[in-house]
Design a protein around this ligand. Structure first.
Ligand SMILES: CC(C)(COP(=O)(O)OP(=O)(O)OC[C@H]1O[C@@H](n2cnc3c(N)ncnc32)[C@H](O)[C@@H]1OP(=O)(O)O)[C@@H](O)C(=O)NCCC(=O)NCCS
Length: 191
C-alpha cells in the first residue's frame, strides 16, 4: 500500500511497489513525484540505505532501482527504464545523475513531435526507452558532486568518481576517474 512519511514536508506518498527496509530512511516522498514504475518492486531500499532531499526517481514503467545496504543518496537524479543498482556503502553526492537511457532520439525530426505531444501527456514525461542499458554502481564507490553516469556503465567496487566527471565507460575497481570524458587518474589500493 502507498504510505506517507510522518516527517514529510511534501503531501505525497511512497508508492506501494517501493520496498523499504525498517532501518532505511527516505527524507521525502517528493523523491517519487516522477516515479512511474509498474515493476513488482520498482525501488528497493535495503538495510540502512538512505536518501535525502533532491533525490529524484524518474523511473519508467519497467524500471527497477536497487539501493543496497547503507548506500547514501544525497540529491541524486536517477533516470531508469530498465535497471540501476547501487552497491552497499556507496556514497553519491549532490546533483549526481545516473541514467540508463536518454529517452530522446538524436534526429530532431523525431524530437519535435515528442515535444509537441508533451503538454497533453499524463504524466508529463517522455516515453521510456526500450533500449535502456543497466547502470551498476559497485559497493563502496564514492561519486563526487555533479558527476554523470551514462547508460550501460558499471563502476567497479571501491572506485571514486571525481566531481563533475562524465562517465561514459566502465570503471575498473579501486580506480579514481575524473574529467569529461572520465579517465583514470589514480589507482587505489584494494583492501
Ligand atoms: C576525486 C578526488 C577525491 C580526488 O582527489 P585526489 O586523490 O586528492 O586527487 P588529486 O587532486 O591528486 O588529482 C589527481 C588528478 O586528477 C585531476 N582531478 C582531480 N579531481 C578532478 C576533477 N573533479 N575534475 C577533473 N580533474 C580532476 C587532478 O587535476 C589531477 O590531475 P594531474 O595528475 O594531471 O595533476 C577529488 O578530486 C574530488 O573530485 N573530490 C570531490 C569531492 C566531492 O564531490 N565531495 C562532495 C561531498 S561527498
Amino acid at each position: 500500500m502507498a504510505r506517507t512519511l510522518p516527517w514529510d514536508w511534501y503531501d505525497g506518498t511512497i508508492p506501494a511497489n517501493v520496498e523499504v527496509a525498517d532501518t532505511a530512511y527516505i527524507e521525502t516522498s517528493f523523491s517519487f513525484s516522477r516515479y512511474r514504475s509498474e515493476a513488482e518492486v520498482g525501488v528497493r531500499y535495503e538495510h540502512g540505505a538512505h536518501s535525502y532531499l533532491g533525490t529524484m526517481f524518474d523511473v519508467g514503467p519497467r524500471g527497477r532501482v536497487r539501493i543496497a545496504q547503507h548506500a547514501l543518496l544525497h540529491g541524486v537524479r536517477i533516470i531508469c527504464d530498465d535497471s540501476v543498482e547501487i552497491g552497499d556503502h556507496a556514497m553519491l553526492s549532490w546533483n549526481v545523475v545516473l541514467m540508463d537511457s536518454y529517452r530522446v532520439p538524436r534526429d530532431p525530426e523525431q524530437r519535435r513531435p515528442l515535444l509537441r505531444r508533451l503538454p497533453e501527456t499524463r504524466p508529463r514525461a517522455l516515453e521510456p526507452d526500450r533500449n535502456a542499458r543497466p547502470v551498476v554502481i559497485g559497493a563502496n564507490v564514492w561519486v563526487g558532486f555533479g558527476a554523470c553516469v551514462l547508460p550501460g556503465v558499471t563502476i567497479g567496487t571501491g572506485s571514486i568518481v571525481a566531481a563533475q566527471a562524465v562517465v561514459l565507460e566502465d570503471v575498473a575497481p579501486y580506480t579514481i576517474v575524473a574529467g569529461n570524458p572520465a579517465r583514470a587518474v589514480r589507482e587505489l589500493e584494494a583492501p
